[in-house]
Design a protein around this ligand. Structure first.
Ligand code: BES
Ligand code: MN
Ligand code: ZN
Length: 447
């Protein structure tokens, strides 16, 4: 049996109640139900089954609130009946229902019941499935602990995606990174027995070239500048950028977007050993620029520097990179809102539109030119951290920009986890800005 979930706004409630039968009217009133955003109530039949469910969702407020309802319901089949038939809204409600059903059961049996939502005719099922599977993929990758998500495993995962969409793949492992010209990826990863790797996948032969890069630090101990325990604990998530890049490529391919895609995942574990790189070392990058290492915990920007240089060699129309890059971005924005930097106002406008449409909040921060002087070095072309204590997310983006030659570029500094269960979406690995960037891309490639 399929249970109907009646969705209405505060203002639609009285009208809905008037049309309902007396029994429902009495149940609703005797429970003191008042329609406010997110308030739900299960209505039983006279035989004691669930007859229907009601939930008030203000169309101007988050569709993701429906996630809270999911966990109040037993297993079974459900169908939404929404008074307002805006198809974006219905799509969003369905997506957030799906996303609330996620569980990470790789290491523990979790017997939470299946709550299946029958999709409405207005929902684009291919898109919905691409979105749901991409987010689940991102969460699974992030939630998997570092011993099971080594650089090799991470690249294997990208390679399996490559195979399912028949792309061309190149992979550089361990010392091959030196011959292939990725010295910084090698440097960051060389102290770990889980050797560093970099994978490049190319799909498609027509349309604009989109280069997607993700920071793949499978565990960030901080290196010799070791992190205090409290900050080290969450660092299995430091490949969250790579997970997002893989998820975005998957969405683009699953929905057959008319463009070429290049996915680049530099993967390394930032570890400690006698051959670990050191603060004050001077490294030579792929681009030829020399970098003075300010802190070995600033490893992500090094992986990205060589990857950005490599990406630019194919003259892409747009480069997108995702990275759990700085604590400073979290200080600025809190845990749920990624910040992004771009050299293109046009791309920024599309991101803003996508962000609003999908309630996938991201916020632009500026590439402040005059801060460039903070990453000057006395003995190298550029310093990896600089000495200015404020504006870390911006200064780091300026460092990245040193490795981007004339092309459109977006950098997202993400947290990649929910630090608490948020509107029914579980604590742990999370896709942030993914729907928004996907939307931007689908619009942007139409130009
Ligand atoms: N992976 C971290 C940044 C991070 C921390 C992301 C917490 C998300 C949550 C990155 O490699 C790092 O350690 N950055 C340092 C840079 C500093 C040493 C200049 C930071 O932000 O503290
Ligand atoms: Mn670090
Ligand atoms: Zn890191």
């Amino acid at each position: 049996m399929t249970v109907h979930i009646h969705v209405f706004s505060e203002s639609e409630f009285d009208q809905w109640l008037d049309k309902s039968d007396k029994y429902i009217d009495r149940w609703v009133k005797s429970h003191g139900y008042a329609p406010s955003h997110g308030a739900s109530l299960i209505i039983p039949s006279t035989s004691g089954d669930i007859a229907s469910v009601i939930i008030c969702l203000n169309p101007k407020k988050a569709a993701r609130t429906i996630g809270k309802l999911v966990h109040k319901l037993p297993g079974g089949k459900y169908k939404l009946s929404v008074a307002d038939d805006n198809h974006h809204r219905i799509h969003a409600l369905t997506l957030y229902w799906n996303l609330a059903c996620y569980q990470f059961s790789q290491y523990k049996e979790l017997n939470s019941p299946e709550r299946q939502l029958i999709t409405d005719k207005q929902v684009d099922e291919d898109l919905l499935n691409a979105q749901t599977s991409a987010v689940f993929m991102v969460r699974d990758l992030i939630n998997t602990p570092a011993h099971d998500m080594t650089p090799t495993k991470l690249c294997d995962y990208a390679q399996s995606l490559n195979a399912s969409y028949q792309g061309k793949v190149k992979r550089y492992t361990g010392d091959e990174l030196l011959e292939a010209g990725f010295p910084l990826v090698h440097t960051v990863g060389r102290a770990s027995e889980n050797i560093p790797e970099l994978i490049v996948c190319n799909w498609g032969d027509k349309g604009p070239l989109i280069s997607i890069i993700g920071k793949g630090v499978t565990f960030d101990s901080g290196g010799l500048n070791i992190k205090p325990s409290r900050y080290m604990y969450p660092m299995k998530k430091d490949m969250g950028g790579a997970a997002h890049a893989i998820g975005l490529a998957h969405m683009m391919l699953a929905t057959k977007q008319p463009c070429r895609i290049q996915l680049i995942v530099p993967a390394a574990e930032n570890s400690i050993s006698s051959n670990a790189y050191r603060p004050s070392d001077v490294l030579k990058s792929r681009s030829g620029k020399t970098i003075e290492v300010g802190d070995t915990d600033a490893e992500g920007r090094l992986l990205l520097a060589d990857s950005l240089t490599y990406a630019c060699e194919s003259s892409p129309d747009l480069i997108i990179d995702f990275a759990t890059l700085t604590g400073a971005a979290r200080v600025a924005m809190g845990p749920d809102v990624p910040c992004y930097f771009t050299n293109s106002d046009e791309v920024a406008q599309h991101i803003k539109d996508g962000s609003e449409l999908h309630e996938d909040q991201v916020w632009r921060m500026p590439l402040v030119d005059s801060y460039r002087e903070f990453i000057g070095s006395q003995i190298a072309d550029v310093h990896s951290t600089g000495s200015e204590p404020y504006g870390g997310a911006i200064i780091t983006s300026l460092f990245l920009q040193e490795f981007v030659s004339a092309t459109n570029w977006v950098h997202l500094d993400i947290n990649a986890v929910n630090n608490r269960t948020r509107d029914g979406q579980p604590k742990g690995g999370e896709a942030q800005g993914l729907m928004c960037i996907f939307d931007m891309l689908t619009e942007w490639i139409k130009r």
